[in-house]
Design a binder for this molecule. Structure first.
Ligand SMILES: [Zn+2]
Length: 217
């Protein structure tokens, strides 16, 4: 790829936007009011806006390797808290994808340096669900199921945060677990039963009634 092509593409993109609406960028500069926070994988094939068919300004996006929500990752936690508390999004999505290199790498017996502690969180997902996963014989099926279970566990991690607990209580904010199927282009809602999960984990992770307290992680 010729890197200079990017600037040519940009000029064409500007022209195409202005053709439809001469005030497009003027309006865009006035502010953002996204209703969705999307947490997805950095994989170059899984472009957040494209696969959802949304425009600039509609979705707040965070991407990292294997769409992880890790409580001590200042990056994802900053994005989450800002989106939920300041932007007031009503939906938080964790979107994984089949054939995720990050998920596959996590299960390899290899020293991946700085990626070790990051990907170890996926091994933890495997450990929690190992009975189900060990019963799957086909290797691709096993990894793809791990992708789904990883999405589910990252959604659980979202629910462990004070910001999300507060927003669910106060404005019925929704948490969604999705998977993008690279082979078909389809976005699949895992229909995770969050009421059940919430009930199950709040006994342990409840961070308060939020009447007077400030929100922390
Ligand atoms: Zn991935």
């Amino acid at each position: 790829m010729d890197i200079n092509k990017v600037f040519e593409n940009n000029q064409n993109w500007i022209a195409s936007k202005l053709e439809i609406d001469p005030h497009y960028f003027e309006d865009l500069s006035k502010g953002q009011n996204p209703d969705i926070l999307y947490i997805g994988c950095s994989d170059s094939r899984v472009t957040a806006e494209d696969l959802m068919g949304v425009q600039p300004g509609e979705v707040f996006v965070h991407r990292n390797i294997a769409n992880m929500v890790i409580s001590i990752d200042l990056n994802v936690m900053s994005v989450l808290n800002y989106a939920v508390q300041n932007l007031g999004v009503n939906h938080v999505v964790v979107c994984g994808h089949y054939f995720c290199g990050g998920v596959k790498a996590a299960m390899k017996a290899a020293d991946l340096g700085i990626l070790n502690p990051w990907l170890r969180n996926i091994r933890d997902v495997y450990r929690i669900h190992r009975r189900e996963l060990n019963a799957i014989i086909d290797e691709n099926d096993k990894y793809n199921r791990l992708v789904e279970l990883n999405v589910q566990e990252q959604c659980v991690n979202l629910i462990k945060t004070a910001a999300v607990q507060k927003a669910i209580k106060e404005r019925d904010m929704k948490v969604h677990g999705w998977v993008f199927d690279i082979q078909t282009g389809k976005l699949i809602d895992l229909n995770i039963d969050f009421q059940a999960i919430l009930k199950d984990i709040m006994e342990i992770y409840n961070l308060g009634d939020f009447h007077h307290s400030e929100v922390n992680n």
